[in-house]
Design a protein around this ligand. Structure first.
Ligand code: C2O
Ligand code: CU
Length: 514
């Protein structure tokens, strides 16, 4: 057994968030309350020590001549975790060398604006599934990013996603999204990163400044039984989850002194909320949910809930080992997610002269909607009375809950009257968070998933439903919650047209879970 490392919590003052994005900062618990609850954590930290393995990065599949054609098999995978085999779920590429592509996480799909992504999904699970491209601004209809579709066990489905020529570069991800099945499939490990690169790639910029080395990290949390098989996420204890990075327990990430790397972080868990720290290195936060920040800034601590992404520029300083860790988070009802060591960052090797890195895709944040004319306002609440739902109603696949006009600016206020925090997500169009708990935020950034505080918390955002008509879902991104009904359906309708509703003849439209 590797030697366990000390998990002594940091002094309270050091845990206070500095330089967090406005929404993140506003959702942090007061340090004193946090300190008190941290001691009440029912389980010890789930990490067991340094594995000593170098961070594995998922295989990268890039588009060629405007097309990325890929076959993904969703099915059981066997992955060694901490020296023993775990029997998880993953997306692998048939015929690929399992040593290079374990399926956990799935390969990183890299596309560019204007590209077509064509996924042939082979369902090797004993149950139905489907595929969602979380964060892409693409059509949710037909054979696109359509979460109402179903591929039965041992069947195949083609998903074709066309990115507009003006699609923003960013860090996104893919995962199953079949209502009633999504949570346990994601919990088992079915997820991969989906990166939109700037046109022409990230490469050299011709200005003497270099694009930094990139690392993709899927931060996943799960619990397995004695045989290394995932528990049902509803039966698992949230505070006893094991935290993995790219399917590894505490891998080693190497960086040279003075070197800057771009880390693309994806919280691919079902219901984890991370408060990331990486002391001893410089960490600059440049994008949230694949959307450039208007003011990139240094961070000491960063909140990342299930579904969210963060792009960081990490620069090594003095040689030595540093801990990439998550701090305790109280989710409500007395549940505290414990601190854990996620990875060990080893600063070493020949030091480099720090240089300005250049991100070709930075500096084009979406428009500021704060002064736009609002065409419609929506209020909704994530509720748990009478079961999980929105406004007291559980998800009903054949029902349209709201209608939105294409091109109009809408303001939504999402309330959380429950005793648990919930991350709220809408498909296809991101939003600009303007208020948290009714207070205006200082730096209204864009995202596609936002945590809403418990016991009466709220988040207000503005959004414009652009380019695509048709149905989109919005839901809590704790997948267990949306599987239980905390999800709604909106239809985006062109100006002057009537909603089409839910076509009854659509295959799988009314698929029930069993
Ligand atoms: Cu990442 Cu509707 O989901
Ligand atoms: Cu929820």
């Amino acid at each position: 057994m590797p030697t366990p490392r000390s998990g002594t919590p940091l002094p309270v003052s050091r845990r206070q968030a500095l330089g967090l994005g406005a929404t993140g900062a506003a959702l942090l618990l007061p340090a004193t309350r946090w300190a008190a609850t941290a001691n009440a954590a029912e389980a010890p930290p789930a990490w067991v020590g340094v594995s000593g393995e170098a961070l594995r990065e998922p295989a990268v599949l890039r588009s060629v001549d405007g097309v990325l054609d890929v076959t993904l098999r969703a099915g059981p995978v066997r992955v060694p975790v901490d020296g023993r085999p775990w029997h998880l779920l993953g997306y692998d590429v048939p015929g690929a060398d399992p040593a290079a592509d374990s399926g956990l996480p799935g390969p990183t799909l890299v596309v560019q604006p204007g590209d077509r992504l064509r996924v042939r999904l082979l369902n090797d699970l004993p149950e139905p599934t489907n595929l969602h491209t979380h964060g892409l601004h693409v059509s949710g209809e037909g054979t696109g990013d359509n979460v109402f579709r179903v591929v039965e066990s041992l069947d195949a489905m083609d998903v074709t996603v066309d990115l507009r020529a003006d699609h923003r570069p960013g860090t996104h991800w893919y995962h199953p999204h079949l209502h009633g099945w999504g949570a346990r499939q994601l919990f088992g490990g079915l997820a991969g990163a989906l990166v939109v690169e700037p046109r022409g790639g990230q490469g050299s910029t011709g200005s003497g400044r270099r694009a930094p080395r990139e690392r993709v990290m899927l931060l996943h949390s799960l619990q397995v039984d004695a045989d290394g098989r995932p528990l049902d996420p509803l039966a698992a204890r949230q505070s006893a989850h094991t935290r993995l990075v790219n399917g590894q327990l505490d891998p080693v990430v190497d960086i040279a002194p003075g070197e800057t790397q771009r880390w693309r972080l994806v919280n691919s868990s079902v219901n984890d909320v991370l408060r990331l720290r990486l002391d001893g290195l410089d960490v600059e936060h440049v994008a949230s949910d694949g959307l450039s920040l208007r003011r990139p800034h240094r961070v000491e601590e960063l909140e990342l809930s299930a579904g969210q992404r963060a792009d960081l520029l990490v620069t090594g300083r003095e040689p030595g080992e540093h801990v990439f860790e998550t701090m305790p988070v109280e989710v409500g009802f007395g549940v505290v997610l414990p601190a854990a060591r996620l990875a060990t960052v080893r600063v070493g090797g020949a030091s480099r002269t720090p240089r300005q890195v250049r991100l070709v895709d930075a500096g084009r944040p979406p428009e500021d909607l704060r002064h736009a004319r609002v065409d419609a306002r929506h209020e909704l609440a994530m509720t748990m009375t009478g079961g999980f739902g929105i406004d007291g109603r559980p998800y009903e696949p054949g029902r349209i809950d709201r209608v939105m006009r294409l091109g109009s600016v809408e303001e939504w206020t999402v309330h959380n009257p429950t005793g648990l925090i919930h991350p709220f997500h809408i498909h296809v169009n991101p939003f600009q968070v303007t208020h948290v708990d009714g207070e205006p935020v200082q730096d209204p950034e864009w995202r596609d998933t936002v945590l809403v505080g418990r016991n009466g918390g709220s988040v207000t955002f503005r959004t414009r439903f652009e380019d695509f008509t048709g149905r989109v879902v919005y839901h809590c991104h704790f997948s267990t919650h949306h599987d239980l009904g905390m999800m709604g359906v909106a239809e985006v309708v062109a100006p002057g047209e009537d909603p089409v509703g839910f076509p009854d003849d659509e295959p799988g439209a009314h698929a029930e879970h069993g």
